[in-house]
Design a protein around this ligand. Structure first.
Ligand SMILES: Nc1ncnc2c1ncn2[C@@H]1O[C@H](COP(=O)(O)OP(=O)(O)OP(=O)(O)O)[C@@H](O)[C@H]1O
Ligand SMILES: [Mg+2]
Length: 214
């Protein structure tokens, strides 16, 4: 069974002068273990496509006008919110492109990871902490146990992105959708739009993830 199929996805936004089509007739196919990079100019619809897959389009402004998203055989388009919530996190994770707007600046990173774990059902504080350390180690943050108390502004931009990935990993997410792979990932310059860099791929591969860059 394929992991993900996007079939003829068309998304429209309502404005004062009627509807405008933001994404038109997008088809994607992803098998387990596959890596898919989506490349396109700014405004071409990468984020809107990713948000549609996650069922996170801004409503009521946006709507899926045509097509559907099928994940592990289940049709996500039009699925009830309570069912979608069970798929987001454990099934599909999303790493947003700007960690400074996604991480809360007033809480230590460890707390933000354990909060995610709590939201997904882990109540034991010691287990939450152990898992947070394990996840930070897994994404390559050195001295992870000592980093738990750091605030987002105390770590580098690259490490903040790793923390975002650790949060998605902590939910035992099987797949990642890093929103834009154009960030600074450690090991030297990359061409914009060239997909996830080697370091990022290693992080995900180590975790056994399928990724797509949007
Ligand atoms: N909230 C919104 N209301 C109206 N139109 C929107 C909204 N969000 C996105 N769009 C439109 O949808 C289209 C696709 O935008 P999207 O953000 O998906 O582009 P992108 O490929 O992710 O660009 P970037 O590389 O800059 O991140 C654009 O034309 C954009 O103006
Ligand atoms: Mg985008």
């Amino acid at each position: 069974m394929s992991l993900l199929d996007v079939e003829g996805l068309t998304v429209a936004f309502r404005g004062e002068r009627g509807e405008a089509t933001a994404v038109e007739d997008v088809w994607l196919h992803l098998d387990p273990g596959e890596i898919l990079g989506v490349v396109g100019e700014s405004g071409s619809g990468k984020s809107v496509t990713a948000l549609s897959i996650m069922g996170l389009l801004p409503e009521p402004a946006a709507r899926v006008a045509q097509g559907r998203v099928v994940f592990e055989g289940a049709v996500l388009t039009g699925m009830a919110e309570h069912r979608l919530r069970r798929i987001r996190g454990p099934g599909i994770g999303m790493v947003f492109q700007e960690p400074m707007t996604s991480l809360n600046p007033v809480f230590p990173i460890g707390e933000q990871i354990t909060e995610t774990l709590a939201a997904h059902g882990e109540r034991d504080g010691a287990k939450q902490r152990d898992r947070a350390v394990e996840m930070l180690e897994r994404v390559g943050i050195p001295s992870a146990a000592q980093r738990l108390g750091d605030y987002p502004h105390q770590i580098s931009g690259e490490q903040r992105q790793r923390v975002m990935i650790a949060m998605a990993l902590a939910c035992r997410s099987g797949r990642q959708w890093p929103s834009r792979g154009r960030s600074r990932w450690g090991t030297g310059p990359r061409r914009p739009g060239s997909g996830p860099c080697a370091c990022q791929r290693t992080c995900f591969r180590r975790a056994g993830f399928t990724i797509a860059s949007t």
